[in-house]
Design a protein around this ligand. Structure first.
Ligand SMILES: [Fe+2]
Length: 160
């Protein structure tokens, strides 16, 4: 990698890989979640994630590059942690609090990545790409807010 453009393409591939992993993990998390609102939040975000994958594909197209991911160790680690929760939670309340925490870690990871993509797209004079990333960032922030609300309203209280 020799310039910002190379870094940008690498991050785009990294995030593309991450979104696809999330797309696979969310149905499992929805299935494991015990609180109906949490289940619903995971299902809704899975649908949103499909659109986010499409937005990334649009950016690859703008750059005349094939949409291809590159293994992202960060998301692998976060998804592994969610799996650990699913394997080890011994009570439904513990399952939900653990899954919710894992999902928020994923959202924050994505918020960081999209924030960088927006900044770099600005530097590289790619306003259309920046707009697509902004749309996704808004969805990630809203998903995170919803999870925070669920945590304080019910999930964490039950687990305590
Ligand atoms: Fe996402």
């Amino acid at each position: 990698m020799k310039d910002l453009n190379d870094l940008f393409v690498h991050l785009l591939k990294d995030v593309y890989y991450a979104e696809k992993q999330i797309l696979k993990a969310l149905p499992k998390m929805a299935k494991a979640a015990q609180t109906p609102e949490l289940k619903k939040a995971f299902e809704t975000h899975r649908e949103e994630t499909e659109g986010q994958v499409e937005r990334l594909q649009q950016v690859f197209e703008m750059m005349n590059k094939p949409a291809r991911g590159v293994k992202c160790d960060a998301i692998e680690g976060l998804v592994d942690e969610a799996k650990e929760v699913m394997d080890e939670a011994e009570a439904p309340e513990v399952m939900d609090a653990g899954l919710l925490a894992s999902a928020q870690a994923v959202e924050h990871y994505e918020m960081a990545r999209y924030g960088t993509l927006i900044a770099w797209a600005g530097q590289l004079k790619m306003p259309e790409a920046a707009k697509l990333f902004e749309a996704t960032l808004t969805e990630e922030k809203n998903a995170d807010k919803l999870l925070s609300a669920l945590a304080s309203r019910s999930v964490n209280r039950k687990a305590a």
